[in-house]
Design a protein. Structure first.
Lengths: 132, 382
């Protein structure tokens, strides 16, 4: 984990449905809920399955690898992001199939491509992604 | 819809669209509402339903009614919704009349979208419920970011380009030039477009709706009142809606929007097809929204929208005139209700120098991403 964060963070405010996810992040583990009935992975974390409406959902640790599905470059940041522009906001599709809203860090913004392989890096307990 | 329509749009009203109104949303809503009644030639005493939609500032329906002299409403609904629900709110208002619950329903949107709380900024600490809890820590909070992510995917899959988005911005700006009500009337070239500052890639400033202060109102009344109406009624021929909770990030294919379902449904329900439409008021919070929804509603093939605009098919003398008022990009972002205003004006033949010749049918769309709907309006009684 880098000593200084790649990007500033608006601290998450966990709810009873998401505290397990954020606690795992603080330990450097990426967990994703999965449906006990239809076995689909679920994103974003919540206590029901959006695929089959089951109420039986369990968190699973995942590999933390995937590819960039789409991205946008912020050339100008505002508020706490002002000093950090340019930076990249991206959808990353995990190998398990779900898509996470995240940032691509540790890579020049102009080198980011759709389809690029990436892996998770915990940055101030926030899951961001860097080149795999 | 029943064989004999029981409601019609008979009044339209609006305020000026400005950068700093110096007025409350209530004052603007009442001005637009009074203008809609004057337009219809009806007394405000017939009013028994008021509805609006809002996500930030607005005015309450009861307060607007009171300012018009009505102390009791049968229907009063301030719907918590964004531009995705414009078509739905108008359709609901018509349904309240069609079912005989109301005689006259006012629909409005009023906001200080420029001088007040702006959609393009986040000020101070904000509550981030649900999916946003997983977006806010990454700085993914704002509409241009949500939709740029989708545009970027379209570019990767279909090879669409920034210049394609630029063709949409340039065409619509051209439409706004003769529109005295538009906030932004200076013509732009492709060089101007490409020199525009980045908001976030692939969006430049010209790809984004122009936030304004202002209000728009529509008056929908029972056909029983038509003998007293002085305006030419405009008819609701059909509606469709597709609002999904799947969300921005998990939506399976961001190269299409809500319109991949709402488009086919509205053609099936009305028995019409894209080539029948004279005026298309396409919701344009961003240029990419026009691109994806033009494809989904069937005006052209995937990846062909840039060429469609560049070759003049989306303007006068082409297949369909898209956003003859300049749209939300150039006329101003009154949260999309100004699209219905323009459609009514065009179908009455009252659009002046920007009149689409012989306009009989208008498509009005609302929304982007996973959420939206559409109405088809007609000049002739169905
Ligand atoms: Zn399930």
């Amino acid at each position: 984990m880098p000593e200084t964060p790649f990007l500033p963070t608006r601290p998450p405010r966990p709810t009873h449905e998401t505290v397990e996810f954020w606690d795992a992040c603080a330990q450097g583990r990426l967990v994703v809920p999965r449906c006990d009935d239809c076995h689909e992975y679920i994103w974003y974390p919540r206590l029901f399955c959006p695929h089959c409406a089951s109420q039986r959902v369990t968190y699973n640790e995942v590999r933390g690898t995937g590819t960039v599905y789409s991205f946008t470059i912020m050339r100008k940041g505002s508020g706490p992001y002002k000093e950090f522009a340019p930076y990249v906001i991206a959808y990353v599709e995990l190998d398990e199939g779900v898509r996470l809203m995240t940032n691509i860090v540790g890579v020049s913004v102009d080198d980011v491509r759709v389809g690029m392989p990436v892996k998770v890096v915990f940055d101030d307990s926030i899951p961001r992604f860097t080149a795999a | 819809m029943s064989d004999q329509p029981r409601s019609a749009i008979v009044g339209i009203g609006r305020t000026a669209y400005t950068r700093n109104s110096g007025r409350t949303p209530l004052a603007m809503a009442v001005e637009a509402a009074r203008a809609a009644f004057d337009d219809a030639g009806l007394p405000t005493s017939v009013l028994d339903g008021v509805t609006c939609f809002h996500t930030m500032d607005s005015a309450f329906p009861m307060d607007v009614a009171l300012a018009l002299g009505t102390t009791e409403l049968e229907f009063s609904n301030a719907m918590y919704a964004g531009g995705n629900s414009v078509a739905e709110v108008v359709r609901t208002a018509a349904a309240m009349v069609d079912t005989g619950i109301c005689k006259a329903v006012l629909v409005y949107r009023s906001l200080n979208g420029r001088s007040g709380a702006r959609y393009g900024t986040v000020a101070g600490p904000i509550e981030v419920p649900g999916e946003m809890q997983f977006s806010a820590p990454h700085g993914y909070m704002l509409p241009p970011q949500w939709i740029a992510m989708w545009a970027s995917r379209h570019q990767a899959v279909y090879g669409s380009t920034c210049e394609d988005l630029g063709q949409i911005a340039i065409t619509q700006r051209g439409h706004a030039v003769p529109n005295a009500h538009a906030i932004s009337r200076t013509p732009i070239t492709m060089d101007d477009y490409l020199a525009g500052r980045w908001v976030n890639e692939p969006f430049r400033v010209f790809d984004c709706a122009y936030e304004v202060d202002g209000a728009v109102a529509l008056l929908i009344v029972s056909t029983d009142l038509l003998p007293d109406v002085k305006s030419e009624p405009v008819w609701m021929l059909g509606s469709s809606n597709s609002q999904s909770g799947v969300g921005w990030v998990q939506w399976d294919d961001p190269t299409s929007m809500y319109s991949r379902s709402a488009g086919p449904k509205i053609w099936q329900r009305t028995g019409l097809k894209p080539s029948d439409i004279d005026v298309a008021c396409m919701y344009d919070c961003f240029t990419y929204t026009v691109m994806a929804t033009m494809e989904d509603f069937g005006f052209c093939e995937k990846g062909q929208v840039g060429e469609y605009f560049a070759s003049g098919r989306a303007t006068y003398g082409g297949d369909v005139v898209v956003n003859p008022h300049g749209g939300l990009l150039s006329e101003g972002y009154v949260h999309g209700l100004n699209h219905h205003y323009e459609a009514v004006l065009q179908l009455r033949g009252q659009a002046g120098v920007r009149q689409v010749p012989d306009a009989k049918l208008a498509l009005v769309t609302a929304g982007a991403g996973p959420y939206g709907g559409a109405n088809v309006l007609g000049k002739d009684k169905p």
